[in-house]
Design a protein around this ligand. Sequence first.
Ligand code: MN
Length: 141
Amino acid sequence: MLSPSLEDYLEEIYRFSTQLGYIRITDVAKKLDVSLPSVNKAVNILSQEGYLKYIPYKNIELTEKGAKLGKFLVERNRTLQEFLEVIGSNCDKEEEAEAIEHYLSKETVEAMTLVVKFFKERPDLQKRLIKFEERARKKMK
Ligand code: MN
């Protein structure tokens, strides 16, 4: 199991590898707003744990294990943002998904994924939910 912080590193590294085709320490540092030594440290741990291959100053490459978990982490983040959207939360979806993503079991993530899928298949029901919430919120005021 990776720590929340290492999960975030791997998640961003996976995004860079799929979107840019290459991974650079400086890009990861900028994206996560952390120092270069911090990224270096994380990359070394991820390398030791078999998630990537790292040749300092040359190349970072995800292993199969790293790519598999990276893909899961990116999809989990996206699903959580979509979940917050479909249930009608007015929160900052990006920020909140980022915060809760590390603390949910696989079972809960799966159930949330299915809720998203359910409402995608039944947009009429999603609209009803949102209407219901609007009425309920007015009453609560
Ligand atoms: Mn996070």
